[in-house]
Design a protein around this ligand. Structure first.
Ligand SMILES: Cc1cc2nc3c(=O)[nH]c(=O)nc-3n(C[C@H](O)[C@H](O)[C@H](O)COP(=O)(O)O)c2cc1C
Length: 182
């Protein structure tokens, strides 16, 4: 049970973005309070309305928009979060976070929060193997972030780590970290 825990889920522009709805649904069913931030690319893959419906909160997409209520905006969300989970995480957001770039609401929240931050990457294996992507992942790990990389066995027998981990695998990690803090 995650009652009373504030989790901010960042959704980025991956082909697996639809799985974030499943992740948010599961966190809500564990009684967590979940706020969702979407990048502009993420909204091309899945509608913000899906997350508003599941989380019960307005979805944050634009850092310059008028706040919908007094406690919104990146600063409040960054302060409120017990944990920030970026799932799925693009190579782009991983690169921005590793380089200290804050040019949209999600990257600004990552930069502003003191909450434990988890990235669950999803990208094609060629992108994932790029030295710059591997360097960025290592930088985030050195900075204290958790990168969730689940081994997946392909029908060819090849093992991949570049795909978004299963929902249950991600929830287990989130729960472990939040309950370890108590
Ligand atoms: C159909 C399609 C699927 C994509 N899937 C991924 C993906 O799985 N992982 C990734 O890193 N980028 C993927 N991209 C590229 C990102 O959407 C692109 O880099 C975008 O600028 C990321 O923006 P964001 O990080 O702000 O969400 C995909 C692009 C398209 C058009």
């Amino acid at each position: 049970m995650l009652k009373g825990k504030n989790i901010v889920v960042g959704v980025t522009g991956c082909s697996s973005a639809y799985q974030a709805a499943d992740i948010v649904k599961k966190l809500v069913s564990l009684r967590a309070n979940v706020d969702v931030i979407m990048t502009s690319s993420a909204t091309k893959f899945i509608a913000p309305l899906t997350f508003r419906n599941i989380s019960g909160h307005p979805v944050i997409q634009d850092q310059f928009a008028d706040p919908v209520s007094w406690d919104e905006g990146h600063k409040k969300l960054a302060d409120k979060a017990d944990l920030l989970l970026i799932a799925p995480a693009t190579a782009n957001i991983i690169g921005k976070a590793a380089s200290g770039i804050a040019d949209d609401i999600l990257s600004t929240t990552i930069m502003s929060t003191e909450a434990f931050t988890i990235f669950a990457p999803h990208m094609n294996p060629k992108m994932y193997r790029k030295p710059v992507v591997q360097r960025n992942i290592q930088t985030l790990q050195k900075d204290g972030c958790l990168i969730i990389q689940q081994e997946k066995l392909m029908p060819s027998g090849k093992k991949l780590y570049s795909m978004l981990a299963d929902t249950e695998f991600i929830i287990k990690e989130v729960t472990r970290l939040l309950l370890a803090e108590e």
